[in-house]
Design a protein around this ligand. Structure first.
Ligand code: ARG
Length: 580
């Protein structure tokens, strides 16, 4: 149990026995804003006193008397009009840290594991994966890792775009390539180029365009020839994405792909269901649902096209079918989407319509977690110099190459294989962290120099902080071979600050799990690393005058510090190394 939860529980019991009504889920204690107000503060006496017509300070006294905080707090004060200031006892903090050292994980499992579907990455297979999919992939994967660490049951869904009109054009193009005897792998080596060629043929060649349109229809009708071509295309495009997932250290596997085509057979059913319930109706040949809930300023209901007049289905209908599957077949209680903020209206429409039609249970949480755009140095959406989309694979290669230079400059003595491995972890880590550390909903400027800096809130800074702790252990093995981490004692303010920081990890993870903002974890790790640095500057460890028990305690703090940093970075999908 976290310190906060423990205090909440004691205060809640005390409040109830004083006749104060408190909700079983509200926090009653909050971390204090200033150290002179103690470590935690509770203000429940103030509001309750008004309702009970009592004096707030008297009520606070009564709560404190019943809260039985003697084993937790060294001092409890009533301050100002009736605030309760709690100063935690050093030996209590030390005991909690010793428990943590012995525990398998660094925070308790969720009391109620939730079956959660997370829809993320989800590139369109018609084209190469580009920077626009980077944010969804990185942010979604970090949240998934945190949810799993807390014991939630996560089902990853990579809702890949593998269906739709573009595929007619692409399989016609592929057919032409294969007709010349070219191997499919070669034809599709550069998906971006392939798409451009297909598009040019479609626009300029009437015969090609007719064939392409025809192929879409045949594909959707299950024609074997078209289906085989489509399958080849899809397999190669998926392989491109999976190479990027591996390079990015992202946990999405092949089994997590649940593409748009998987819902193909359910689309007509969804349309029939909406029609039967009177939620969708024919409008100029198309089947449309109008949503008054999302009306515009003029009061016009928001239209959702369920089926086009040519009988084709669109993106929204597929999402409705996916929601039904996730809720009714998989039994998800929470469904998260990591998609660009520009799709916010789409998500609102889908959620609203799905709820009205009963495709998802009323108690299922539906959450769109949007994110802003990645911008180039000039403040406009990230593009190549010539204005094209930046290929993710090339961007990541450049990150590793730049990190290789950086690492070589910092530590020229590294062996070649070690150097290559470190450059990979630093380069990929830097790109991921620069994205994760920004408040998700904001746009951000992609900047090589700041993300690869050893100063400031960056991956290299945190990875370096980790290696510094590892070097303490290497030196300890040399200068004090008998020293091992032992029971923790808190003797200085710097140790105490580090203790509180280490004990705050679980609270931060719970916040990330609830709100899906990974920057909260980034900020925490950055502060932890800074707190560790001042501890290290102020508290000697290996100097001969340090008593063995104190050395053991400080080594234990180092060990927990390293473990927390490594675990936190791992939950962000970033790797650490023993040296750099
Ligand atoms: N393929 C879409 C795109 O690239 C993203 C899909 C997101 N997931 C969803 N269920 N709509 O824009």
């Amino acid at each position: 149990m976290s310190i906060r939860n423990l205090l909440d529980r004691r205060l809640r019991d005390a409040a109830i026995s004083c006749g104060i009504a408190v909700s079983p889920t509200d926090h009653l204690a909050a971390p204090s804003a200033r150290p002179e107000f103690g470590d935690f503060q509770a203000n429940l006496a103030l509001a309750a006193a008004r309702e009970m017509n009592a004096k707030p300070r008297d009520l606070a006294e009564r709560i404190v008397a019943r809260a039985q905080l003697a084993d937790i707090a060294s001092r409890v004060e009533i301050a100002g009009p009736g605030f309760i200031n709690i100063h935690l006892a050093d030996d209590f903090l030390a005991r909690l840290l010793d428990d943590l050292r012995g525990a398998h994980r660094l925070c308790p499992l969720a009391a109620h594991p939730v079956r959660t579907v997370v829809d993320y990455s989800s590139p369109n297979l018609a084209k190469e994966m580009h920077v626009g999919h980077l944010r969804s992939t990185i942010i979604g994967d970090a949240v998934v890792r945190v949810l799993e660490y807390l014991g939630h049951e996560v089902i990853r869904h990579n809702h890949m775009g593998d269906w739709g009109t573009q595929f007619g054009m692409l399989i016609a193009e592929l057919e032409d390539h294969l007709g010349t005897g070219e191997a499919p792998d070669l034809a599709l080596a550069d998906l971006e180029q392939f798409y451009q060629n297909a598009k040019a043929h479609f626009d300029l060649d009437a015969e090609f365009a007719t064939r392409a349109r025809h192929y879409v229809v045949r594909l959707q009708a299950g024609d074997a020839h078209c289906h085989a071509l489509w399958q080849r295309f899809i397999a190669i495009s998926i392989a491109h994405s999976e190479a990027i997932y591996r390079q990015l250290n992202v946990t999405l596997s092949h089994a997590d792909i649940r593409p748009e085509s998987a819902y193909n057979d359910a689309l007509a059913e969804v349309a029939a269901l909406l029609t039967a319930q009177g939620l969708a109706a024919e409008d100029q040949g198309a089947l449309v649902a109008f949503l008054p809930e999302l009306a515009d300023k003029q009061g016009r209901p928001s239209p959702v096209i369920v089926r086009k007049s040519d009988g084709g289905y669109l993106y929204a209908t597929t999402d409705l079918a996916a929601l039904r599957y996730r809720s009714q077949t998989l039994g998800a209680a929470r469904i998260l989407y990591f998609i660009d903020a520009r799709q916010s209206l789409h998500m609102k429409q889908v959620f609203t319509l799905a709820r009205k039609a009963g495709l998802v249970g009323a108690d299922v949480a539906l959450e769109h977690h949007p994110f802003g755009t990645m911008l180039g140095p000039d403040g406009t959406p990230f593009k190549t110099r010539s204005g094209g989309t930046v290929k993710l694979a090339e961007l990541l290669d450049e990150a590793v190459a730049r990190a290789a230079q950086l690492v070589a400059a910092k530590n020229p003595a590294l062996a070649e294989t070690t150097h290559a491995e470190i450059a990979h972890k630093v380069g990929i880590g830097a790109v991921k962290y620069a994205d994760l550390a920004r408040t998700r909903t904001h746009d951000y400027v992609f900047d090589w120099d700041s993300m690869l800096s050893f100063d400031g809130n960056t991956a290299p800074y945190l990875q370096y902080a980790y290696t510094r702790i590892q070097s303490i252990f290497r030196r300890a093995a040399h200068s004090a071979p008998d020293a091992t981490p032992g029971p923790i004692e808190i003797t200085t303010a710097a140790e105490r600050r580090l203790a509180l920081a280490l004990l705050g990890f679980g609270e931060v993870l719970n916040q990330v799990a609830a709100e899906a903002y990974p920057h909260v974890l980034c900020n925490y790790l950055y502060e932890l690393a800074s707190t560790f640095t001042s501890f290290y500057e102020q508290c000697p460890i290996l100097k001969p005058e340090v008593a063995p028990e104190l050395r053991a305690s400080r080594l234990a703090l180092c060990q927990l510090g390293a473990r927390t940093l490594a675990t936190g970075l791992d939950l962000l999908g970033i790797e650490v190394m023993a040296e750099m």
